[in-house]
Structure formats: structure tokens, C-alpha cells
Write a protein that binds this ligand. Structure first.
Ligand code: AMP
Ligand code: ZN
Length: 139
């Protein structure tokens, strides 16, 4: 896509701090990092979100995420890494080219805000109904 910032990164038309590349995947450092080592993994082929991306590219991203997580562990030895991926403007996806975030929590660093939610018991009847509806839609 001509006007997509991440497609331009893949093509080298705008600079990035690349950490990994293979046939399907490109990974680089986020320039507004939530923590040191915040890395984005994207498909080279433009796809906006989880509904559009091919299964092959999705698999390649997850395989790459393992390699990169191992390298992040060696580099900065985080206490943990949050893997996050947003689909749609309603959940604050800003760049409309699929990207998988690896966000390390540094040793002794602050809690990551997106991992800190309150557990409240749900309505089991409603949970069951929605679960069944989702399950019956699996193709
Ligand atoms: P989101 O769409 O909310 O999942 O996040 C988009 C992410 O892309 C943000 O964390 C931005 O900091 C990051 N980002 C946007 N432009 C660039 C760029 N040119 N290089 C690296 N990261 C970027
Ligand atoms: Zn793109």
C-alpha cells in the first residue's frame, strides 16, 4: 500500500531500527517505546488486521516472535514480555498495518499498564451463551 507507513518501512523508504527479517516478516524497534526493547513484528505483505492477514504470515510472525523474545531475554533480561496486537480503531489500533508488539518489563521496572486489569467474576450463563455462539462460528 503506497500510503502505509509500515509498508514504507519494509521497502526501506523510511528508516527503522531493524532487528530481524525473513521472507515474510520484518521486525523493528518502536520509536515511542513503552519500555526499552519494545519491538514490532509485521508481515511484509500489507494486511490491516487479524481478519485480513494470511495464516502463513500469521504463523511466521509468531515463529519470529519466539526468536526475538529469546534475543530480548539475552539482551536485557526482562522480568517478562507482554505480547500485544490491536485490531481496529475502537481498540486504539493507530497504524493500520498488522503489527505484533513485544513489550518487555524491565528488571525492577514499573508494571505495564496494559497487563494490569481487575478480575471481576462474570455471569456464567452469559459466558456460556457467548462461548457457544463463538464455538458454532468456527470454520
Ligand atoms: P498501535 O497501532 O496502537 O498498536 O501502535 C502503533 C505503534 O507503531 C505505536 O507504538 C507507535 O509508536 C509505532 N510506530 C509508529 N510509527 C513508527 C515508526 N515510523 N517506527 C517505529 N514505530 C512506529
Ligand atoms: Zn502496509
Amino acid at each position: 500500500m503506497d500510503d502505509c507507513i509500515f509498508c514504507k518501512i519494509v521497502k526501506g523508504e523510511i528508516p527503522s531500527i531493524k532487528v530481524y527479517e525473513d521472507e515474510r516478516v520484518f521486525a523493528f524497534e518502536d520509536i515511542n517505546p513503552i519500555s526499552d526493547g519494545h519491538t514490532l513484528i509485521i508481515p511484509k505483505a500489507h494486511a490491516e488486521n487479524i481478519w485480513e492477514i494470511s495464516e502463513e504470515d500469521l504463523a511466521a510472525i509468531h515463529i519470529a516472535s519466539k526468536k526475538i523474545a529469546v534475543a530480548i531475554k539475552k539482551a536485557i533480561n526482562p522480568d517478562g514480555i507482554a505480547c500485544l496486537q490491536l485490531n481496529g480503531r475502537a481498540v486504539n489500533q493507530v497504524v493500520m498495518h498488522y503489527h505484533f508488539h513485544l513489550i518487555p518489563r524491565l528488571p525492577g521496572g514499573p508494571e505495564l499498564m496494559m497487563t494490569d486489569w481487575e478480575l471481576k467474576p462474570g455471569d456464567m450463563e452469559k459466558i456460556k451463551q457467548i462461548g457457544e455462539k463463538i464455538s458454532s462460528g468456527i470454520e
